[in-house]
Design a protein around this ligand. Structure first.
Ligand SMILES: Nc1nc2c(ncn2[C@@H]2O[C@H](COP(=O)(O)OP(=O)(O)OP(=O)(O)O)[C@@H](O)[C@H]2O)c(=O)[nH]1
Length: 339
C-alpha cells in the first residue's frame, strides 16, 4: 500500500493557516484529490473546526483540542491519523496550533505505527507580514516561544509571507531579508489571503489509485534526517509553548450584547491577548456572528453556528482570574443596562 502524503501547516496564531486550509480544501477537487484534515486547537472550543464543517459537511476531519500537538500523547496523534485513513484520503492536511514546533509533528509521523502509512510531503509555514517582525521583541522574555517561532521558519519547505495587503513594499523587502537569515533555501512567497498557486503543494500529488512512487519534497528528507539526529542528540526536548494560555468563556444565549461590547473588551485586554475568536449572538435579533481577532484586527462574519455562544481568548502571561472577573463585571453592567 502506498503511503498517504501529509502536508503540515504551521505559523503563529492568526497568521492565516486556516485561510490556507480553506483554499486547499476548495482546490483539492480540481486536482482530483480527496483530502482529510487533522486540526489542532489550543482551546477546548473548536472554532475553526466548526467553520470547516460548515463549509464542507462531509469533510474527513479529526480534531485534537485543548492542547498543543507537541504535548498530545503520540498515541493520540497516531489514533487520529489512523481514523482519517479509514476513509482512504489522498492527502492529509494537518493544521498545527500557532505555538507548535512543526518538528514535533514530524517526530510523531515517524512513530512505528505510522511509518508504513504516511509520509511527510511538505511543511508550509504561514507568516503574518504585519506582525512577524515584532515577535522577537514582544516575546523576548519567552525564549522557548522565540525558539519555536524561529523553528517554524527554519524547517519550512515553503514560506508564505501572508497579509502583505497590510504592509508597504518597503516593509515587505525588509521582512524578506530578515526571514532569509533563518531560511535562505526554501521558496518564500508574499501573498494576501494565502492566494498562491496551489500546484506548489498539490500538483505533485496523485489520487491513490494511480500513484507512482515519486519523491515530491523540497527538503523533506533533510528535515527528517535533521530531526532524527537532533532527537537522538537531545534528551530534553524544548516544549513548544510555555506562557501561552487559552481561556474559553461561555456566554448565555439570552444575553443581549453588541459588537462594540466585545471589541471594547478585546481592546482593553489587547496588550495581553495574542488571539481571540468565538461565536457571538449579537443584538436584539440574536444574530449569530463569528468573530476573529488577530494581529489586533477584528473581523466579523455571519455564521450558521447555532450552539451556545462563546469566546476563546489566547494570551501571553494572562492573569486569568483578573480577566474572568473583568468579564463578569462587564456582563453584570451589560445586564443592568439592558433590563
Ligand atoms: N488583511 C488580511 N487578513 C487576513 C489575511 N489572511 C487571513 N486574514 C484574516 O486573519 C484572521 C486570522 O486568519 P486565520 O486563517 O484564522 O489564521 P490562523 O493562522 O488559522 O489562526 P489560528 O487558528 O489562531 O492559529 C482572519 O480574520 C482572516 O480573515 C490576509 O492576507 N490579509
Amino acid at each position: 500500500m502506498s503511503k498517504v502524503p501529509v502536508i503540515v501547516m504551521s505559523g503563529f496564531l492568526g497568521s492565516g493557516k486556516t485561510t490556507l486550509l480553506f483554499r486547499l480544501l476548495q482546490e483539492a477537487a480540481h486536482f482530483n484529490l480527496l483530502p482529510a484534515v487533522l486540526m489542532n486547537e489550543l482551546g477546548k472550543q473548536d472554532v475553526d473546526g466548526h467553520l470547516l464543517q460548515e463549509a464542507s459537511p462531509n469533510l474527513n476531519l479529526a480534531k485534537l483540542l485543548d492542547g498543543c500537538i507537541c504535548c498530545s500523547k503520540k498515541s493520540d496523534i497516531s489514533d487520529s491519523i489512523k481514523q482519517l485513513l479509514l476513509r482512504k484520503p489522498d492527502v492529509i492536511l494537518i493544521e498545527l496550533t500557532g505555538v507548535a514546533n512543526p518538528e514535533e509533528i514530524v517526530d510523531a509521523l515517524t512513530e512505528p505505527a505510522l511509518i508504513p502509512l504516511v509520509k511527510l510531503h511538505k511543511v508550509v509555514t504561514v507568516l503574518d507580514a504585519e506582525n512577524v517582525r515584532d515577535y522577537n521583541s514582544i516575546f523576548a522574555t519567552d525564549r522557548e516561544l522565540v525558539h519555536t517561532l524561529r523553528r517554524q521558519i527554519e524547517v519550512a519547505d515553503l514560506l508564505i509571507l501572508n497579509k502583505i495587503d497590510l504592509i508597504t513594499d518597503k516593509k515587505q523587502k525588509s521582512i524578506v531579508k530578515a526571514i532569509r537569515k533563518y531560511n535562505e533555501r526554501s521558496l518564500l512567497l508574499p501573498t494576501a489571503h494565502s492566494k498562491f498557486d496551489l500546484n506548489l503543494l498539490l500538483g505533485a500529488l496523485q489520487p491513490r489509485q494511480d500513484q507512482h512512487n515519486q519523491s515530491t519534497t523540497f527538503n523533506r528528507n533533510l528535515l527528517f534526517q535533521k530531526h532524527l539526529k537532533s532527537a537522538k542528540e537531545s534528551t530534553t526536548p524544548v516544549a513548544s509553548y510555555s506562557r501561552i494560555q487559552s481561556i474559553s468563556i461561555p456566554i448565555e444565549s439570552e444575553l443581549i450584547m453588541n459588537q462594540r461590547f466585545i471589541e471594547r473588551f478585546l481592546i482593553d485586554w489587547g496588550s495581553k491577548l495574542i488571539r481571540a475568536k468565538g461565536y457571538l449572538s449579537i443584538g436584539v435579533k440574536y444574530e449569530r456572528l463569528n468573530m476573529q481577532f488577530a494581529g489586533k484586527r477584528i473581523n466579523w462574519q455571519p455564521t450558521s453556528f447555532q450552539g451556545n455562544p462563546y469566546l476563546v481568548l489566547i494570551g501571553l502571561d494572562l492573569d486569568v482570574s483578573a480577566l474572568e472577573e473583568d468579564w463578569k463585571r462587564r456582563i453584570i453592567e451589560l445586564d443592568v443596562h439592558t433590563l
